[in-house]
Design a protein around this ligand. Structure first.
Ligand code: HEM
Length: 491
C-alpha cells in the first residue's frame, strides 16, 4: 500500500469515527462526560495516570454516572456504593452482560463462563455452580480438603526455619491445589511441574494484565497486536495453560466412568456426550477448556493475592495480628487446627479478613459489564451493548459506608459490642447476577489458611512496620502488592 492510499484510508477512518462518535453524542441521553475526540476518545484526559486513578478522578468531576471513551469504545462508569448497587443489584438483569476485555476476549473468543454472554453464559454458570456444589463447595467435604492442604502448607512454612522468604510461590501452590482438586480430581505434589507451570503462567499474566501494557492492550488491541511487548507473553501463557488442560481432558476421556464422575472435567464430558446430538448444545470441547481455564485462573490468583496483602497488612499492624492470635488461642487453642465452625465465635478475625479484602480491593475496577438492552438508569438512557465499568474501589472507599475508608480499620466490620457486622458495601466479589461464583470457596480458603498460619507462626517483616508500603505496585486488572519477603517465628 503506498503512502497516499494509507493517508486516505486513515482520513476516512477518522471521518467515520468522528461521525459515529458525535452522532451518538448528539442523539442519545447518555450520562455526561468529557468530550471525546475521534479515534483517541478521551485518552488525552486519561493519559497521565493509570486508568483506575484517572477514572476515579473523573467521577469526582462528572458524578457517580458518566460516559467516557476508551479509544473508540464507549463506556459508562459507575462509582460509589449507591450507583453500583442500583445497577448490579436493583437492575441486575439489564447490567448482567459481560463487557469487552480484549486481553481475555482475544484468547477465549467469548467462550467459557466468565467472558460469555446470553444463553450460553446462563447455562454454563448454572452448570458450574451445581457441579461445584456437588463437589462440596460451601460444604464440609471441601473444608476437609482445605484443611488437608493447610497442613501441607504449614509443613512447607516450617521448612523456612525463620529465614526470609518470598510468599508468592508457597501460597499460590496451596491455593491452586484447592481448585485443582475440584477440576482435576486431585491435588498436585508441590514440586510437580504441572502445578508449578500453572502458577507461573497465572502469576505472570495477572502481573502483565495489571501493568500499563495490559491496560493499553485493552484500549487498542488491534494496534498492539502488531507491537512487540510483554502483552504477547499473556497469550503464550494462556496457550500453555490451555494445552495443559487439554492434556488432562484426554486422560479423563480415557478413564471416564459416567456413573462415577470424579471431578468437574468428568461432569462436563458426561454432559457433552449426553448432548452430542444437539448441534446447539453449549457443551463443546472448546467450552470445557475455556471454562476450566476460567475456574483455574479465577480460583488461584485472587485468593493468593489477597493472602499476600493480608500478610503485609498484619506485619504493618502487629497489634491487629496479636489480637487475631489471641482470639485463635481463646476459641481454638493450640491442640487442634481451626475449622469453619469456629468462625462464628471469632468476630475479630472475621472482621480483619473482611477489612483486608475491602482495603486490598484486589479487583478495583471489577470485570467489565455490559447492558443487555437499552437501559433507563438514573434519568439517562444507556444504549444496549454499552460497556459498564463499576469502580469497586469507590464502593470500598465510600465515606457514606465506611467511617475511615482510607485506613485499615477492622472496626468497619464490628458493632458497638464487638460482634461481627457486615456491610452492604463489602463487594470484593462484586454483586448481582455476575457475582463471583467462587465466593464461598474463597472465603473458606481465606479463613482456614490465615488462621492455620497465625495459630502456628507470627509474621515478621524485614523492615520496621512503619516503613511497610501497602500501596500496590500496579493497579490494572488487579491491585498487585509490592514484592516482599518475611520471616516466620514459630509460636
Ligand atoms: C478472594 C478471592 C476472589 C475474589 C476477590 C474474586 C472476585 C471476583 C470478581 C470481582 C468477579 C467479577 C464479578 C462481576 O463480573 O461482577 C469474579 C468473577 C468470577 N470468579 Fe471470582 N473471585 C475470587 C475467587 C474465585 C474463586 C476461588 C473462583 C473459582 C471457583 C472464582 C471464579 C470466578 C468466575 C468463574 C467468575 C466469572 C463469573 C461470571 O462471569 O458469571 N473466583 N470474581
Amino acid at each position: 500500500m503506498d503512502s497516499i492510499t494509507t493517508a486516505v484510508l486513515l482520513l476516512l477512518c477518522a471521518i467515520i469515527s468522528l461521525f459515529l462518535t458525535f452522532s451518538f453524542w448528539d442523539k442519545s441521553q447518555l450520562p455526561p462526560g468529557p468530550r471525546p475526540i475521534p479515534i483517541l476518545g478521551n485518552l488525552l484526559q486519561l493519559r497521565s495516570q493509570d486508568l483506575l486513578t484517572a477514572l476515579t478522578k473523573l467521577s469526582k468531576e462528572y458524578g457517580p454516572v458518566y460516559t467516557v471513551y476508551l479509544g473508540p469504545r464507549r463506556v459508562v462508569v459507575l462509582s460509589g456504593y449507591q450507583a453500583v448497587k442500583e445497577a448490579l443489584v436493583d437492575q441486575g438483569e439489564e447490567f448482567s452482560g459481560r463487557g469487552e476485555y480484549p486481553v481475555f476476549i482475544n484468547f477465549t473468543k467469548g467462550n467459557g463462563i466468565a467472558f460469555s454472554n446470553g444463553e450460553r453464559w446462563k447455562v454454563l454458570r448454572r452448570f458450574a455452580i451445581q457441579i461445584l456444589r456437588n463437589f462440596g463447595m460451601g460444604k464440609r467435604s471441601i473444608e476437609e480438603r482445605i484443611q488437608e492442604e493447610g497442613s501441607f502448607l504449614l509443613e512447607q512454612l516450617r521448612k523456612t526455619e525463620g529465614k526470609p522468604f518470598d510468599p508468592v510461590f508457597v501460597v499460590s501452590r496451596s491455593v491452586s491445589n484447592i481448585i485443582c482438586s475440584v477440576i482435576f480430581g486431585r491435588r498436585f505434589d508441590y514440586e510437580d511441574e504441572r502445578l508449578l507451570t500453572i502458577i507461573r503462567f497465572i502469576n505472570d499474566n495477572f502481573k502483565i494484565m495489571s501493568s500499563p501494557w495490559g491496560e493499553l492492550y485493552n484500549i487498542f488491541p488491534g494496534l498492539l497486536d502488531w507491537v512487540p511487548g510483554p502483552h504477547w507473553r499473556v497469550f503464550r501463557n494462556f496457550g500453555g495453560m490451555k494445552d495443559l488442560i487439554a492434556c488432562s481432558v484426554r486422560e479423563h476421556q480415557a478413564t471416564l466412568d459416567p456413573e462415577n464422575p470424579r471431578d468437574f472435567i468428568d461432569c462436563f464430558l458426561t454432559k457433552m456426550s449426553q448432548e452430542n446430538k444437539d448441534p446447539l448444545s453449549h457443551f463443546q470441547m472448546d467450552t470445557l477448556l475455556m471454562t476450566t481455564h476460567n475456574l483455574l485462573f479465577g480460583g488461584t490468583e485472587t485468593v493468593g493475592t489477597t493472602l499476600r496483602h493480608a500478610f503485609l497488612i498484619l506485619m504493618k499492624y502487629p497489634k491487629v495480628q496479636a489480637r487475631v492470635q489471641e482470639e485463635i488461642d481463646n476459641v481454638v487453642g493450640r491442640s487442634r487446627l481451626p475449622s469453619l465452625e469456629d468462625r462464628t465465635s471469632m468476630p475479630y478475625t472475621d472482621a480483619v479478613i473482611h477489612e483486608v479484602q475491602r482495603f486490598a480491593d484486589i479487583l478495583p475496577m471489577n470485570l467489565p459489564h455490559r447492558v443487555t438492552k437499552d437501559t433507563a438508569f438514573r434519568g439517562f438512557l444507556i444504549p444496549k451493548g454499552t460497556d459498564i465499568i463499576t469502580l469497586l474501589n469507590t464502593v470500598h472507599n465510600d465515606p457514606s459506608q465506611f467511617q475511615t475508608p482510607q485506613e485499615f480499620n477492622p472496626e468497619h466490620f464490628l458493632d458497638a459490642n464487638q460482634s461481627f457486622k457486615n456491610s452492604p458495601a463489602f463487594m470484593p466479589f462484586s454483586a448481582g447476577r455476575r457475582l463471583c461464583l467462587g465466593e464461598s470457596l474463597a472465603r473458606m480458603e481465606l479463613f482456614i489458611f490465615l488462621t492455620f498460619i497465625l495459630q502456628n507462626f507470627t509474621l515478621q517483616p524485614l523492615e520496621a512496620p512503619e516503613d511497610i508500603d501497602l500501596t500496590p505496585i500496579s493497579s490494572g486488572l488487579g491491585n498487585v502488592p509490592r514484592p516482599y519477603e518475611l520471616r516466620l517465628h514459630p509460636r
